[in-house]
Design a protein. Structure first.
Length: 587
C-alpha cells in the first residue's frame, strides 16, 4: 500500500465541494451586503469599485453592480483631472475584458463597455475594433459584440467600404456567418444606393464611400443599385453552391430578391351617393388622424368630417372612411368633384362623381404588376432568368433542398408570377413533402401568392368579382386591394376566420364561404352593402360568433346550414332578435 495516492471516496469529494461552495457563498454574500450598505449610504469611493469588481469577476451579469459602478465613476469624474480620468477608464476597460472572458455574451459587460468608451476623454477606437475582431473570431455570431462594433464604427467614423471589406473577409472564411451577411445588408444600401433613393443619413452624400455605416435597414431604403446587385448574386451563388443546405446565404439571397417598397401614395378614392360615404385606400397602413387627411368637395374644404379606420381595432390602417355632410352628394342629377389630400406626404388624389352615377372611384391600376413585384429592367430580367436556371440546375443535384425550392419560387414570382403559377404550386407541394414541419408556413405563403395572382387577373379583366374557391387557401391577405369588390367566393378552402382586415371590403354585396372551418366572423364588421352571406358547413358554434353581422345594415340572406350553431335551442327566435334585417334564413 505504500507509495499509492489515497483516493477520496465520492462522498468525501462531494462534501469538500459543498463546504467550498458554502465558503465562497458566504464571502459573496458578505461582499454583496457591504456593497448594498455603501450604496444606501451614498458612498461613491474607490473601495466600492473594488468591492463591485470582486463580485463582477465571478458574476458579470449582476446589473445592479454595473449601475453602481457607473454612479461611482460619474462622481469620480467630478473630483479628478482629465489624465486621471483617462487612466481610470482605461483600467475599467481592462477589467471589462476580464468579465468578457468569463462570459463573452454578458449583456451587462458589453453595455458597460459601450458606456465607458463614450466617457473616455481620448478613446482608442482602433483597439476597440481589434477587440471586436478577436471576439468575433472566437464566435462570429456574438450579437452583443456585433452591436458594440456598430457603436465603435459609428463613433470612430469607419468608412463603409472598409466595413464591407470586413464582411468580405468573414464571409470568405465562413459562408455560414449569418451575422456577416446581415451586416452586409445594412452596408450595401449606404455604399451603393439605388438611384433616386433617399440617403440613409442627413449628412450622407451620394457615392460617399467614407460615410460611417450608422443606419439600419429599417431606417432607410433597403434597395441597392442594379450593378452592385448583380455582383452580390454572384457572391451568394458561390456560397449556396458550396453548401446548399446552409441557410445563411439563402436568407441573404432572399433579401437581394426583395422588391422595392411601394411609393407612399393614395391608391384609391371611392365615393358613394348612398350613405354619402367616402373610402380612401393607401399604399401602406397609416393613421389618418395624425397624418393630416383633408377632404375637399367642389372646391370647399370639409371641416366637419370625421375619419375612422375600417375596423375599430386598427389605429393604423390602409383604408379609412368618412361620412359626408347630409345632402352633399345624394342628388343623382348633380356632378361633384372630390379631392383627398394626404398632408403628411404632400400628395392628393381626385375623384369625379358624374351625373346619373350612384358611385365613383379613382385608383392606381395593378396591371403594371408593380403592386406585388419590382419593375425589372431588361438587364436585371436576363440576370434573374440566369439565376433561375442556375437554381434549377442545383435542384437537379439537390432535389430535396428546401432552400433551393423556395428560392426558385421567389425568382418565378419576380419574373412572371402568372406565367409560372402552375410550376409554383407544384413546388409548394414538394416543399410540404420535404419539410413537413413548416407545412403551415408554405400553405400560408402559397395562399398569399394565389391571392396576388387572382387580384392581377381581376384587374386585367376589369371586373369586381373575386373568386378563389377550392384553392386550399389557409389565410387571407391583401384585403385592402379588394376595396371595390362586390362579390367574393372563398368556398371549399381551409379558412378558419375572417380577419379584422376583411372589414376593408366596403363595396361587398355577396359573400360565399361554404365548406371551410370558419368559426370567427370578426372581420364581417360594418360592411354597409353586404346583403347575402353563405357560410354552409363551417364551425360556427355560438350565437355570439354571429354578432359582427349585426353591424351590417343591409344583410337580408344568411345560410348557416351545416354549422354547430344550428343545433342551439330556439335558434330562429334568437337570430331574429340578433339579426332583425335577415328575412331569408337557412338553417
Amino acid at each position: 500500500m505504500h507509495g499509492r495516492v489515497k483516493v477520496k471516496s465520492t462522498a468525501q469529494q462531494e462534501e469538500e465541494k459543498r463546504k467550498g461552495r458554502e465558503k465562497k457563498l458566504k464571502v459573496y454574500l458578505t461582499v454583496r451586503d457591504a456593497i448594498f450598505s455603501k450604496r444606501s449610504n451614498g458612498e461613491l469611493d474607490e473601495e466600492a469599485l473594488q468591492f463591485t469588481q470582486q463580485l463582477l469577476c465571478s458574476n458579470p451579469d449582476f446589473a445592479t453592480l454595473w449601475n453602481y459602478r457607473r454612479e461611482i465613476l460619474l462622481h469620480l469624474e467630478t473630483v479628478k483631472e482629465e489624465d486621471e480620468i483617462q487612466k481610470l477608464y482605461e483600467a475599467e476597460l481592462f477589467f471589462i475584458e476580464t468579465c468578457l472572458k468569463m462570459n463573452p455574451k454578458s449583456y451587462g459587460s458589453w453595455h458597460h463597455r459601450g458606456w465607458v468608451s463614450s466617457r473616455l476623454p481620448r478613446p482608442d477606437w482602433t483597439r476597440e475594433l481589434s477587440l471586436c475582431d478577436r471576439c468575433l473570431s472566437l464566435d462570429d455570431r456574438n450579437f452583443h459584440c456585433w452591436d458594440y462594433r456598430r457603436l465603435v464604427v459609428k463613433a470612430s467614423g469607419v468608412p463603409v467600404d472598409q466595413e464591407l471589406q470586413f464582411t468580405d473577409r468573414l464571409i470568405g472564411s465562413n459562408f455560414s456567418n449569418y451575422s456577416s451577411w446581415h451586416y452586409r445588408s445594412t452596408l450595401l444600401p449606404l455604399l451603393h444606393p439605388e438611384p433616386g433613393s433617399e440617403p440613409a443619413s442627413p449628412c450622407r452624400k451620394q457615392n460617399n464611400t467614407h460615410t460611417s455605416p450608422t443606419a439600419s435597414p429599417q431606417t432607410h431604403s433597403h434597395r441597392v443599385c442594379e450593378e452592385q446587385l448583380l455582383k452580390e448574386y454572384e457572391l451568394v451563388q458561390n456560397a449556396f453552391f458550396t453548401d446548399p443546405n446552409d441557410q445563411s446565404a439563402w436568407f441573404y439571397y432572399r433579401w437581394l430578391l426583395g422588391r422595392a417598397e411601394r411609393e407612399e401614395l393614395i391608391s384609391c378614392v371611392y365615393v358613394s351617393r348612398e350613405g354619402e360615404r367616402v373610402a380612401v385606400a393607401f399604399s401602406k397602413p397609416v393613421n389618418a388622424l395624425t397624418e393630416g387627411l383633408m377632404l375637399v368637395l367642389d372646391g370647399q374644404q370639409q371641416q366637419r368630417v370625421e375619419w375612422r379606420s375600417a375596423h375599430p381595432r386598427f389605429r393604423h390602417s390602409p383604408v379609412w372612411l368618412c361620412e359626408l355632410p347630409p345632402g352633399s352628394v345624394s342628388d343623382i342629377n348633380n356632378e361633384h368633384n372630390l379631392t383627398v389630400h394626404w398632408m403628411e406626404k404632400h400628395t392628393h388624389r381626385d375623384c369625379a362623381l358624374y351625373t346619373g352615377r350612384p358611385e365613383s372611384w379613382c385608383r392606381d391600376s395593378a396591371t403594371d404588376q408593380e403592386l406585388f413585384r419590382s419593375e425589372l429592367s431588361v438587364e436585371k430580367t436576363s440576370v434573374l432568368q440566369s439565376e433561375l436556371q442556375s437554381c434549377t440546375q442545383l435542384l437537379e443535384l439537390e432535389p430535396q433542398n428546401k432552400w433551393c425550392l423556395l428560392t426558385i419560387v421567389l425568382l418565378m414570382r419576380a419574373l412572371d408570377p402568372l406565367g409560372h403559377e402552375k410550376e409554383t404550386l407544384a413546388h409548394f407541394q414538394t416543399l410540404k413533402e420535404v419539410d413537413p414541419m413548416r407545412s403551415s408556413y408554405y400553405s400560408d405563403l402559397c395562399s398569399k401568392f394565389m391571392i396576388e395572382n387572382t387580384i392581377l387577373k381581376m384587374e386585367y379583366a376589369e371586373v369586381r368579382v373575386f373568386s378563389l374557391s377550392d384553392k386550399n387557401l389557409s389565410t387571407l391577405c391583401h384585403l385592402d386591394q379588394l376595396l371595390l369588390v362586390t362579390h367574393i367566393n372563398l368556398s371549399s378552402n381551409q379558412l378558419v376566420r375572417f380577419p379584422p382586415q376583411f372589414s376593408m371590403l366596403q363595396c361587398l354585396e355577396v359573400l360565399e364561404a361554404d365548406d371551410n372551418a370558419i368559426g370567427n366572423l370578426e372581420g364581417l364588421y360594418h360592411l354597409p352593402k353586404l346583403e347575402e352571406v353563405s357560410l354552409k358547413n363551417n364551425q360556427i358554434s355560438k350565437l355570439s360568433d354571429l354578432e359582427p353581422l349585426a353591424s351590417c345594415p343591409r344583410l337580408t340572406r344568411l345560410d348557416l346550414r351545416g354549422n354547430p350553431v344550428t343545433k342551439t335551442a330556439n335558434i330562429e327566435a334568437e337570430l331574429a332578435q340578433l339579426l332583425p334585417s335577415v328575412t331569408d334564413l337557412l338553417l
